[in-house]
Write a protein that binds this ligand. Structure first.
Ligand SMILES: Cc1ncc(COP(=O)(O)O)c(C=O)c1O
Length: 442
């Protein structure tokens, strides 16, 4: 038993198992990963219905950058609930929405004036970006990346190319999306060194796509994750993103930066794109924006606004969500949480590199800030993905009190809240150390 994890009954315990049964009876099949049945949670620790405490390395799917139930967020939501819960901010007016839009606009990189479209989820913020791009450019086509994840509603799903299961039986998706390779330097098919390889992936767009199948003057926008999330926590070289941005500029293509998983301080900057010195035309943020109260924002250069009636959603920028979000921004800025994420991320990265020295199965350690990952391989030579081993490791870690998430083909990701301490990270790494030994032995 560690300082944080406390396993009283082997998980899933009897109450959790019963919840799984009831859930599968009444709740639509979704993307369940582990049988963690949460009762309550605070900071980085989730307590399940059987009284087990888990280290939460998932942050509720990269949402709880401030940890669970941050007292200032709870307070802000309670106070707002007493005054006014909902008043259709898309149709009427209230101050919290104006204030949040102003602050997000100011926080966006670059000094251009921005506006914000509020919605409720990542996928909706991407839909808004797609519509903004078509409406403003009069162009129909989009470019996205292989391995990318931008959501699951039909528009954003047309961009998503993370796993076939996400698209299976949903074709035809929205026509007009062309996918290109992301910067797969870390497992370059040609065995090139990252320092020289990135150019090949980026140049494909202008040198091959634009000269063979895709007239650039018909491309409205290019969507990019500055760190590929679901695709396996891939951090591209700085030059890759800069080259892509330069190509977009040359051809009048809007650059849409998907910060839904990587934003809000997680990578060591407020927005991950800031690591690359690139200024996007449109930014999508959601997940951590409301610390668990659903809210999303599409932040765009003011010259791109659409006419009244072109796009709207009833709950977008709901008052409870705005209150949670304003409190979240205060806490991130006052607590310098982005800097903290950078420091803790470096620490976790070093700990994972130490683990790699002990376990041949760890083929790669990568990440930015507190968005870290290890990739499990059959052997380091072939880099063949150790998928079953990865799944087993996540299952065993859960039984020992750590909630870890998969990503990509055989990657385990670490997305803990930004407010945890080093000893929290140590405890998770120690659990994983024991687990990987057991996976090899079995
Ligand atoms: C980078 C990225 N974009 C978009 C989405 C979709 O967000 P949501 O699930 O809120 O629709 C996700 C969700 O994981 C994501 O990681």
């Amino acid at each position: 038993m560690g300082r944080y994890a406390r396993i009283m009954v082997e998980p899933p315990g009897p109450k959790a198992r019963e919840m799984v049964v009831q859930d599968s009876r009444y709740v639509a099949t979704s993307t369940k990963i582990l049988p963690v049945a949460a009762a309550h949670a605070h900071g980085g620790v989730v307590t399940d219905v059987d009284g087990n405490d888990f280290l939460d390395f998932s942050s509720g799917m990269a949402v709880l950058n401030l940890g669970h139930t941050h007292p200032r967020v709870v307070q802000a939501v309670k106070e707002q609930a007493d005054r006014l819960i909902h008043f259709a901010g898309t149709d009427f007016y209230y101050a919290a929405q104006v204030e949040l839009a102003r602050r997000l606009g100011n926080l966006a990189p670059g000094d251009q004036d921005r506006k914000v479209f509020f919605s409720n989820s990542g996928t909706e913020s991407v839909e808004a970006a797609m519509k903004l791009a078509r409406w403003n450019t009069g162009r129909k086509q989009f470019v996205a990346f292989l391995g990318c994840f931008h959501g699951r509603s039909l528009g954003s799903l047309s961009l998503t190319a993370s796993k076939p299961v996400q698209r299976e039986r949903f074709f035809p998706t929205v026509p007009g999306v062309v996918h290109m390779p992301y910067a797969y330097c870390y497992r370059c098919a040609y065995g090139m060194e990252p320092s020289s390889c990135w150019m090949h992936c980026a140049r494909v767009l202008e040198d091959v796509y634009f000269t063979t199948l895709l007239p650039p003057e018909e491309v409205a926008a290019l969507f990019i994750e500055p760190v590929q999330g679901e695709g396996g926590y891939i951090v591209p070289p700085r030059e890759f993103i800069q080259e892509i941005a330069a190509i977009c500029r040359r051809h009048g293509i809007l650059l849409v930066d998907d910060e839904i998983q990587a934003g809000m301080g997680r990578t060591g900057r407020m927005w991950a794109i800031e690591h690359y010195d690139v200024i996007p035309d449109i930014m999508c943020t959601a997940k951590a924006l409301g610390s668990g109260v659903p809210i999303a924002a599409t932040i765009f250069s003011r010259r791109l606004d659409m006419s009244t009636g072109a796009h709207s959603t009833t709950y977008g920028g709901n008052l409870l969500a705005c209150a949670a979000s304003l409190a979240t921004l205060d806490i991130i800025e006052e607590g310098r949480l982005a800097e903290r994420a950078s420091r803790l991320g470096n620490y976790l990265h070093r700990r994972l590199l130490e683990l790699q020295e002990r376990h041949d199965m760890i083929g790669d350690v990568r990440g930015l800030g507190l968005m870290q990952a290890i990739e499990l391989v059959k052997d380091r030579q072939s880099k063949a993905h150790a998928v079953a081993e990865r799944d087993r490791a996540i299952e065993l870690a859960f039984k020992r009190g750590a909630i870890l998430l998969p990503a990509g083909r055989s990657t385990i990701r670490f997305v803990p809240p930004l407010i945890v301490e080093e000893d929290f990270l140590d405890e998770g790494v120690d659990i994983l150390d024991g687990v990987l030994g057991d996976v090899v032995r079995s």
